[in-house]
Ligand binder design. Structure first.
Ligand SMILES: Nc1nc2c(ncn2[C@@H]2O[C@H](COP(=O)(O)OP(=O)(O)OP(=O)(O)O)[C@@H](O)[C@H]2O)c(=O)[nH]1
Length: 355
């Protein structure tokens, strides 16, 4: 089993990229999703776009630090049971790629090998994200074998050259793809699944990128940079959410991006509108929101409305009051919902979801 880690900051476009990778290469994949909050959203979205793929979700904690041991044992379980050709790993947007690679390299053996990791960077907010989360973003870029720039589909040649040069100042050896991946040829996609990560300098290939242990040394210098990342970022995960009208969702998202519910860096989820005939999916990143249709597979009863909100100074009770209105009005219902949420969270931990 080969492992391809697809890293990138919150909302950079990791899940969207994975959907395209699966579509373009049609290989035998399994996917491991690590969500920063207490519940997973990406697994459901991926399942919607390709119901035939095995998806694992690990929530509540980061596989590069607090859930290290669970992550290692899940990888071994996947290798020994499903044994896909390639396991795609999407860490949380606030995970350090260098630490994660270090963890995985410790469980590498003849049946498990690492591919050169990818980091997706949001080209439309590159400088802002880097300025706000320097340690994290630099780590993700420096440890990547290929840095892929998203969200610059309409950029000019000059803009692409500029961002490429900027990324080059952070990582001297990686491949950089500033051309949007939707325009890349099949050979480029195939190449992403073929390049092994070199773990020690003694294995370095002639044309090769820096091996893993050299990258780690490089990264120690970054540790002294100021960072506001891990310690201050918080998350709220809500289930059983709903709104009465589509317009209400727009108003809520406008409030969210205006800072009414705290300083939200990332939000995403899906929920029913009105009597549940219409479901909508929402996504908030870098102060902008998007709303798209969501085909709720009504025969799958376990798929529940959910939303994740990541940021600082989050107004939890306000979010609950707006999105769980029906629950909020009745104290007994709140208690019951809290009980059910607890059970649900427990059930999701490290479990395998096979469609
Ligand atoms: N225009 C454009 N939008 C994109 C691109 N990639 C992602 N998006 C949008 O950006 C938002 C976040 O995309 P995701 O793929 O969910 O990002 P992510 O990195 O998986 O997010 P987290 O896992 O929550 O950190 C969604 O609204 C996407 O539709 C891109 O290349 N171009």
């Amino acid at each position: 089993m080969k492992i391809l880690v697809i890293s990138g900051f919150l909302g950079a476009g990791k899940t969207t990229f994975i959907q395209e990778l699966v579509k373009r290469t049609k290989r035998d994949f399994a996917i491991m999703e690590n969500e920063y909050g207490a519940i997973g959203v990406d697994g459901d979205l991926l399942e919607q776009s390709d119901g035939s793929i095995n998806i694992w979700e690990m929530t509540e904690g980061c596989i590069c630090c607090t859930r290290k041991a669970d992550f290692a044992s899940s990888i071994l379980t996947i290798a020994n049971t499903i044994d896909p050709e390639i396991l795609l790993v999407e860490p949380t947007g606030v995970g350090e790629l260098s630490k994660l690679l270090e963890n995985i390299s410790q469980i590498e053996y003849e049946r498990i090998s690492l591919l050169e990791p990818l980091t997706i960077v949001d080209g439309s907010h590159f400088e802002q994200t880097l300025a706000k989360f320097p340690e994290l973003c630099m780590d993700q870029i420096q440890a990547a074998g290929t840095v892929i720039v998203s969200k610059l589909e309409g950029a000019s040649e000059a803009e692409l050259t500029e961002i490429e040069a900027r990324i080059r100042t952070i990582n001297r050896t990686s491949d950089i793809s500033s051309l949007h991946y939707s325009k890349q040829p099949d050979s480029w996609w195939a190449m992403l699944l073929e390049r092994p990560l070199l773990v020690s300098s003694s294995n370095q290939s002639e044309e090769g990128s820096a091996p893993l242990e050299d990258r780690m040394i490089e990264n120690t210098s970054v540790k002294n940079e100021p960072s506001v990342a891990d310690e201050t970022v918080d998350s709220v995960a809500l289930t059983s959410i709903s709104l009465r009208y589509e317009q209400e969702l727009i108003l809520f998202l406008q409030g969210l991006t205006a800072g009414v519910f705290g300083d939200i860096v990332r939000a995403k989820g899906f929920l029913p509108i009105g009597n549940g005939d219409v479901w909508l999916q929402f996504s908030v990143v870098n102060g902008t929101y998007s709303v798209t249709g969501f085909n709720h597979p009504s025969e799958v009863t376990e798929l529940e409305a959910k939303g994740i909100f990541i940021g600082t100074r989050i107004k939890r009770s306000w979010l609950r009051e707006v999105l769980q209105k029906s629950l909020y009005c009745h104290p007994d219902t709140i208690k019951e919902a809290a009980k059910q949420n607890k059970l649900k969270i427990g059930k999701l931990r490290g479990t395998k979801r096979v469609s």
